[in-house]
Design a protein around this ligand. Structure first.
Ligand code: FAD
Length: 284
């Protein structure tokens, strides 16, 4: 939040509500400083040592994990020293020159390889590439890592992930990070509410990454044979538990879900600083 001084928008801050903008919230990715500023900001110390770079990468593997989701593995040149904090994303340039953001999935400690989960958007420029033309060994370019969607203090807290579709990608990375932590520093509990329309949309089993996970799959258009939860992830979460002030929520995926979850959970008493999010807004 900007407490004093002037900023200027570089582009629309689509992830902020009108109320947040009116209250003085600014996104440092969409605004530049026009004077000295007094900011009320979070500790982003976890990002120390992470620097954005522009790097080449070759496609190492392409795996269709659902009818409209491709798991992409990229191979980086051996000495790039690329590292990221679980939850961050990259901006990838396709062969046509179009740039799109993708969250980094999988183990953040894996060297020399990065993983993306790409959903096909009908008529989308990079969707046409991934689902029609991409092949192993294609040479691409990306810039990153970037973003402040990462795990805050987790020790002894309840951590709840809310995801829709490929919003699971950065969460697989966060689960791998939690799994790698020593016993005493892990959260008190870790739950994941992952939403899709039909069972095939939930294309991996996140419990494989973090076995103590309370995993709640949620479907919005399930058939009669589905005995799990139905509806929307934030509503299912609130119907099973309450937004305790000790809970940290991490929401990722469609803008509609992220905005609805934020509204609903803050109204239910969750402190705003306990809601962390990354909305997959269109970069076109
Ligand atoms: C920080 C960040 C991280 C992201 N991470 C991922 C990720 O891990 N996996 C992933 O699949 N996507 C992710 N996205 C979305 C991604 O960047 C692209 O927007 C999306 O893949 C569509 O690109 P495209 O070139 O295929 O379609 P475009 O050519 O960009 O768009 C085609 C049409 O579809 C609309 N559109 C674009 N994106 C969406 C959308 N997400 N939902 C609905 N309509 C849309 C556009 O407005 C346009 O009308 C992320 C976005 C952001 C900002």
């Amino acid at each position: 939040m900007c407490l004093a001084g002037q900023t200027r928008p570089l582009r629309d801050a689509v992830a902020l509500t009108a109320e947040e903008e009116a209250a003085g919230w600014v996104l440092t990715c969409t605004h530049e400083a026009m004077s000295s500023l007094v900011l009320d900001i979070e500790d982003l110390g976890a990002l120390a040592g992470i620097s954005e770079k522009t790097l080449p990468a070759r496609i190492d593997a392409l795996q269709r994990v659902a009818s409209d989701v491709m798991r992409v593995e990229l191979r980086l040149p051996p000495t790039t020293g690329f590292n990221f904090v679980a939850g961050q994303s990259i901006s990838l340039t396709g062969p046509s020159g179009a740039r799109r953001s993708y969250s980094l999935a999988g183990d953040p400690d894996r060297l020399g390889r990065i993983e993306l989960h790409v959903r096909e958007v009908p008529g989308g420029v990079l969707s046409a590439y991934w689902f029609g033309e991409a092949k192993v060994n294609d040479l691409l370019r990306f810039r990153g890592p970037s973003g402040t969607f990462f795990l805050r203090e987790v020790s002894g807290h309840d951590v709840v992930f809310l995801a829709t579709g490929t919003g699971i990608a950065p969460i697989t990375s966060m689960l791998a990070q939690l799994h790698a932590m020593p016993d005493g520093s892990r959260p008190a509990s870790v739950a994941l509410y992952w939403g899709g329309r039909v069972p095939q949309d939930l294309y991996c089993d996140p419990s494989d990454i973090y076995p103590a996970l309370e995993y709640v799959p949620v479907l919005s258009r399930a058939g009669a044979g589905w005995h799990g939860e139905r509806g929307y992830v934030q509503d299912v979460f609130l119907s099973r538990t309450r937004a305790d002030p000790n809970t940290h929520i991490y929401a990722c995926g469609s803008e509609v879900m992220v905005n609805a979850a934020r509204r609903t959970l803050l109204a239910a008493g969750l402190p705003p600083r306990r809601f962390h999010f990354d909305a997959f807004v269109s970069s076109a």
